[in-house]
Design a protein around this ligand. Structure first.
Ligand SMILES: [Ca+2]
Ligand SMILES: [Ca+2]
Ligand SMILES: [Ca+2]
Length: 207
């Protein structure tokens, strides 16, 4: 962290540019970012190495120097293992959410994670989401069983391309960062989340 004054600014600037480039092609939803990840991962190792990042950046003509790419890679590679995995990628590129949005998303996660083991799984959903599932059109038409409907919901909020039957808080935040990017108004986002997950009205903090 030497020369911190300019390095940090440069890092932020590079990341903003790359994020802008990735998001102009779509709404910034998780599916969209996951497609960008798969495109960069040329050898399908589920990790992006520095050469793959350099390749992608050059293809987009972003005008980054080799030093810029090293800086950028370093920001992505949080655990410093020499590769960018999807979580590290998503963490940097997902559209930023305001504090109030993060807090209502966390509230929904806490409600869905009934047994408080830090992951949403089928057993949680059977307790807390079954009533919603029974209102799903495909359940009502008899096409899906209740379990199909819950599974479909669980997979839809999981990491695209590799759902593993459990959704961590990070995956849940990733999913809603994409949704959030399509909603301008904080209050409206809050309202939709609360009605979707049957959360109590927002606590008003008197300060
Ligand atoms: Ca890494
Ligand atoms: Ca759980
Ligand atoms: Ca998962």
């Amino acid at each position: 962290m030497y020369k911190r004054y300019s390095m940090d600014d440069r890092r932020r600037e590079l990341m903003a540019k790359l994020r802008g480039q990735c998001l102009t092609r779509g709404c910034g939803g998780i599916k969209h970012i996951s497609t960008a990840f798969r495109k960069m991962d040329l050898d399908y190792s589920k990790r992006i190495c520095i050469n793959e990042l350099a390749d992608a950046v050059h293809k987009e003509n972003l005008g980054f120097s080799n030093d810029d790419i090293k800086l950028l890679f370093d920001v992505f590679d949080g655990d410093k293992n020499g590769g960018i995995d999807f979580c590290e990628f998503m963490l940097q590129l997902r559209p930023p959410m305001s504090e109030s949005r993060v807090s209502v998303v966390n509230e929904a996660f806490d409600k869905l994670d009934v047994n408080k083991d830090g992951e949403i799984r089928m057993d949680d959903l059977q307790v807390v989401y079954a009533a919603n599932a029974r209102r799903h059109p495909k359940y009502l038409s008899g096409e899906w069983t209740e379990e199909d409907t819950l599974r479909h919901f669980l997979d839809s909020i999981d990491t695209p391309g590799c759902p593993d039957g459990k959704v961590t808080r990070e995956e849940f935040l990733n999913y809603y960062a994409g949704v959030s990017a399509t909603v301008d108004d904080d209050c409206y986002f809050d309202l939709v989340m609360r009605s979707c997950y049957n959360l109590p009205p927002r606590k008003t903090t008197n300060s």
